[in-house]
Ligand binder design. Structure first.
Ligand code: WQD
Length: 337
């Protein structure tokens, strides 16, 4: 199939492009490079030996987006493009609603005009209420506690309504848990701009000596060791979940949500310990106050994706730690140089 990938230059976008291209799919990439660099796409071409069309445009620019559809025969869309920092969304809620909701509406409008009826959407575990029993399955109560999560919730609702009006559309909602790690080549990986929000890039930058210490946000949670528990999933497993999702969309109309996680929760201290053990490096840590909005424990039930997509995560926490470190060591400043 020929896949239009919005946000294709990002962390999950590049890893998904590699798996799509390696399986003979075509790709057309849309990216405005606000949170990514063209170098990441150059490396995707290097890893796969394949090329693809690139439109350096904003997904909210409906006219530019329309050109990508009219100049290419698109079979399916994977929509990654969006603002995704939880903390930033609390500081800039309107920017998040504007970008994430306008982007979705612009994309759906362009798809409708060009007769493209298959979409895989990059959703998030933040659409689940965090005050519900864990693990969460796809029928767990929805509701967020930050604007970023609400934009994902609202985009999901928009998609459910579009499919109700257009039953011949195929929409797959992929709810990511915590993606970490990198492609085994070490040529692509997570490259946050500025101070990392997420745990793993902070660990790798601390281990490299770019940061003096990892601040652990709270060790008084009701968990095994007091630190936050999350469902970490290897980014390549996540990418393969998208390949399974477009194959599912090709055969099934309707709107379905799937958790992309491992079903296993690990604490911050579990992850730091595994990282130090696997890579033979030290990660200096200090305990800091809890971070606002952080739930104690979040992890997934994963049976639905296995049953309906024929997909499940297979890579271990150790592989996630090893691959994340290889990327960081080979690229001390990410894609910057
Ligand atoms: C993980 C754990 C922190 C940093 C968010 C979004 C989610 C998705 C992934 C986009 C928590 C602790 C972290 C640090 C720490 N993003 N931590 N020190 O918050 O679970 O999920 O990112 O889709 O939607 O909500 O991920 O990596 O920020 O935190 O102690 O410097 O690590 O408290 O327990 P999170 P995270």
């Amino acid at each position: 199939m020929n896949i239009l990938v919005t946000g294709g230059a990002g962390y999950i976008g590049t890893h998904t492009l590699v798996e799509l291209l390696n399986r003979g799919h075509g790709a057309v990439v849309i990216d405005n490079f606000t949170n990514s660099r063209p170098e990441s796409l150059r490396r995707v071409r290097e890893i796969t030996g394949k090329s693809f069309a690139l439109y350096a445009v904003d997904v909210c620019d409906e006219e530019a987006l329309s050109r990508a559809f009219s100049e290419n025969a698109i079979d399916c869309v994977i929509h990654f493009a969006g603002l995704k920092a939880v903390g930033e969304s609390c500081e800039r809620p309107l920017a998040y609603y504007r970008n994430n909701l306008d982007g979705m509406m612009s994309l759906l409008s362009a798809m409708g005009r060009h007769g493209v009826k298959k979409l895989v959407f990059s959703s998030s575990a933040t659409v689940y209420r965090s005050d519900v029993p864990m693990p969460v399955d796809e029928d767990s109560p929805l509701g967020s506690i930050n604007p970023y999560g609400w934009t994902k919730f609202m985009c999901e609702q928009m998609l459910r309504d579009v499919v109700a009006a257009r039953p011949d559309w195929s929409v797959v909602l992929l709810r990511y848990f915590n993606p970490i790690g990198a492609h085994e080549s070490g040529r692509i990986g997570e490259d946050p701009s500025g101070i990392p929000n997420n745990l793993m890039p902070f660990i790798t930058q601390t281990a490299l000596g770019r940061r003096p210490a990892l601040r652990i946000f709270g060790n008084d949670y009701p968990t095994r060791d007091g630190t936050g528990v999350r469902d970490y999933i290897h980014v390549v497993d996540l990418a393969l979940g998208h390949v399974a999702a477009i194959e599912y969309a090709e055969k099934n109309a309707g709107c379905e949500a799937f958790n992309l996680g491992t079903g296993q929760g690990y604490s911050v201290l579990d992850l730091v310990g595994a990282f130090e053990r696997v890579n033979g490096v030290a990660v200096p840590c200090e305990i800091a106050p809890r971070r606002a909005g952080d739930p104690a424990t979040v992890y997934s039930r994963v049976e639905k994706a296995e049953k309906m997509l024929g997909w499940r995560a297979t890579r271990t926490l150790e592989e996630m730690c090893r691959d994340a470190w290889r990327w960081q060591v080979k690229n001390p400043n990410g894609f910057a140089e």
